[in-house]
Design a protein around this ligand. Structure first.
Ligand SMILES: C[S@@+](CC[C@H](N)C(=O)[O-])C[C@H]1O[C@@H](n2cnc3c(N)ncnc32)[C@H](O)[C@@H]1O
Length: 420
């Protein structure tokens, strides 16, 4: 049993200028937002982010169409390579067109495949708003390839801040969260965590590269966090509650639908050991242990070559400890306080102004003495945390894999701040 479900939905409210502390108002003022323009800015963020959620869903549709082996035997096409070809020729190459034809017939026949069903829903939604499938595929291929080209080849440093909002997530993201929490436990052995906010937990649907068509689309981050907190002794499983807040209803619906069930999580590293890439011993150790505090480990029937993989049959009651709320962290906050807020791989999608608002909203939801954990390296986060009076209590980076001949290994970093 994981405690009582004490979580009637907390009130969600849209922020106003007066919700912002004066130092934050100054940082925003320096970036062209003031009391008079704030309402219009918030309305614009909401409209823009809604479009970016749609673009993100359609990016995933394209990555799936190009890479999946679930609906066709045609060879997979690397999206970045396709983006380069499209930038040169501005036409849809025949092998891409062939994959679109195969996907179209797979979407038509009602065969059950959870990943395909997500895409069927996305396509139906577009059809209902007036875009037939052939037009959708060709228009979205052009848009998605242009956006990918900009990110991969045009060296536009802020490309992420304009792109569709991807829901990509990976087991790797849990590693620095685990290390950050381990450090917190070592620094403050008496600290206990009961209420956790996870902003942007994601749902693994179809990544930009290396799609592995094994297992159903899932959200792992809330489970990895419960696992880390319980395994490290920072939380008691029966008393712990997690609120997952995400802008994409596809993500929050998954959590809500999981209530009362025992999902079988398919954990597959998104990095593969090939072409000189080698996992570090510490990362291997993390992967081997992850999930043991939330379920029972099993072998994954169809593992992918070079990837680390296993599955976890989640224990009864764990999903009931996770509540989900659909909200935009840039402009919304909940009337609820948490002991710990975790946000990884979300800030890169936010402009400087939006990042300042998001961090202010997150901090407003952390109880006095609580902790913010993130993995964003932009110096603006340090400026914002200083303005909000949040001392840095720990930071570290960790190598996930070494890459022969590359300038740097594959690594991630984590920062922890304490709310006064
Ligand atoms: C790239 S995924 C990261 C997933 C996970 N945190 C991880 O590290 O693997 C980003 C997630 O943040 C969500 N997101 C992006 N912008 C958001 C916003 N303004 N408010 C709330 N969620 C947002 C997306 O829908 C997505 O699920």
């Amino acid at each position: 049993m994981l405690g009582l479900n004490a979580s009637a939905s907390p009130a969600l409210h849209e922020i106003t200028w007066t919700d912002l502390a004066p130092p934050m108002q100054s940082l925003l003022g320096a970036r062209g937002i003031d009391h008079a323009s704030f309402g219009a800015y918030v309305a614009d963020v909401r409209r823009r982010d809604r479009e970016r959620v749609r673009d993100g869903d359609l990016d995933h549709l394209m990555y799936y169409a190009l890479q999946s082996s679930a609906f066709t035997n045609l060879p997979p096409i690397e999206p970045a390579t396709s983006a380069k070809a499209f930038a040169q020729h501005a036409t849809i190459p025949p092998p891409v067109q062939d994959r679109f034809t195969a996907l179209t017939s797979a979407l038509r026949d009602r065969a059950h495949d959870a990943r395909l069903s997500y895409f069927r829903e996305i396509v139906e939604r577009e059809r209902a708003s007036g875009t037939p499938l052939p037009r959708l595929l060709s228009e979205q291929y052009a848009r998605a390839m242009r956006s990918l080209y900009e990110k991969e080849f045009a060296a536009a440093g802020d490309a992420y801040q304009r792109r569709g909002l991807s829901t990509d997530t990976s087991v790797e993201a849990g590693y620095v969260v685990y290390l950050g929490l381990a450090a917190l436990h070592a620094l403050e052995p008496d600290r206990r965590v009961r209420r956790v906010l996870v902003v942007g937990p994601g749902l693994d649907l179809a990544p930009r590269t290396g799609l592995v068509d094994v297992g159903d689309p899932q959200s792992y981050q809330p489970f990895a966090i419960i696992d880390a907190l319980v395994g490290l002794g920072l939380a008691d499983r029966a008393a712990l509650r997690v609120r997952a807040l995400d802008i994409n209803p596809r993500v929050t619906d998954w959590m809500t639908r999981a209530h009362g069930t025992r999902p079988r999580l398919s954990l597959i590293s998104s990095i593969a050991e090939r072409d000189g890439v080698r996992f570090t011993a510490d990362y291997r150790e993390y992967f081997a242990a992850v999930g043991r505090s939330v379920g029972v480990e099993q072998r994954l029937a169809r593992a992918a070559a070079g990837h680390l993989s296993k599955s976890i049959q989640v224990s009864a009651g764990v999903t009931d400890a996770i509540d989900a709320t659909t909200a935009d962290i840039v402009v919304d906050r909940l009337d609820e306080r948490f002991d710990l807020a975790i946000i990884t791989n979300v800030f890169p999608y936010l402009s400087d102004r939006d990042l300042l608002l998001a961090i202010t909203n997150i901090v407003a939801m952390i109880a006095p003495g609580g902790v913010l954990l993130h993995n964003e390296s932009r110096p603006l986060v340090a400026e914002a945390s200083h303005a909000l009076g949040l001392p840095l209590i720990h930071s570290r980076s960790a190598v996930i894999a070494t890459v022969e001949g590359a300038k740097s290994p594959l690594y991630d970093a984590v920062w922890l701040h304490r709310v006064p």
